[in-house]
Design a protein around this ligand. Structure first.
Ligand code: NAD
Length: 234
């Protein structure tokens, strides 16, 4: 076995204290997604959207820490004698803080902003407002959160697809399997003969997409799974 791809979703960060999205009755921290996570919402009320992401950013920077599931994936990358890629739908930086280096944020990153005028992506650890200035082109009001909203195209998809085609093992952790294209990754990996495992608290769909399903908390299941993959690899 040479190539492992791990897809993570909001469930892997839940044990760190970040609320999942589907878990809360279809609301994300009390908001309907169409009010805060779509290009239309930003066009209609940029102040509200900035405020929503400012709160998420403040929360992330104030005491949220990676949990044993993030740490286990970093150990897998470090100790596995092959390639490990984490593809995350999460916009937090908990994989990086847990020690993972080979990470693709397909839905962007909360700690970055992007200028809608010149396209510059910058580190962003502060609040954004409608009066924020782009550090490169100095336009005012143009920086937006560097996150992929519903209706926008996820980042680095060709690279992700190549990795899925080459994968021997595909693991999905804490993702509801309802947001496409990520929800279709298991089929692509399986079509190219990867073994597929899912870790989730609950049943995620009609079943059958994954060869193996492990029910429970990612922070408890993933360290054991990583241990057994590394033991077999040794
Ligand atoms: P989701 O909220 O739709 O689903 C979360 C899944 O995780 C559920 O199936 C739930 O059963 C499972 N889960 C919850 N706690 C778990 C645990 N401790 N261990 C294992 N599984 C657990 O999340 P999604 O599939 O990632 O899609 C939601 C979208 O919202 C994504 O596009 C993402 O960008 C965004 N989002 C991101 C964050 C974040 O960055 N941390 C948080 C909320 C939403």
């Amino acid at each position: 076995m040479r190539n492992i791809v791990v897809l993570t979703g909001a469930g892997i960060s839940a044990e760190s204290g970040i609320e999942t999205f589907r878990g809360a009755g279809g609301l994300w921290e009390g908001h309907a997604v169409e009010d805060v996570a779509t290009p239309e919402a930003f066009a209609r009320d940029p102040g509200l959207v900035h405020q929503f992401y400012n709160l998420r950013r403040q929360q992330l920077l104030a005491g949220i820490e990676p949990n044993p599931a993030h740490v286990a994936l970093a150990r897998l990358e470090r100790e596995f004698d092959g390639e490990v890629l984490v593809v995350t739908q999460n916009i937090d930086d908990l994989h990086e803080r847990g020690g993972s280096e080979n990470v693709i944020h397909m839905h962007g990153e909360l700690l970055k902003s992007r200028c809608v005028s010149c396209g510059e992506v910058s580190e962003c650890r502060h609040d954004l407002t409608v009066a924020s200035e782009c550090p490169r082109c100095h336009a005012v009001g143009t920086p937006r959160p560097h996150v992929v909203w519903f209706g926008e195209i996820p980042l680095r998809l060709p690279e992700i697809e190549r990795a899925l085609i080459a994968a021997d093992l595909f693991i999905a952790v804490g993702t509801s399997g309802r947001v496409y294209p990520a929800a279709g990754f298991v089929r692509l990996a399986r079509a190219h003969e990867a073994r597929t495992i899912e870790i989730n608290l609950e049943e995620t769909g009609p079943g059958g997409a994954f060869q193996e399903s492990r029910r429970g908390r990612a922070g408890e299941i993933l360290p054991d799974l990583v241990g057994s993959i590394l033991a077999r690899d040794a």
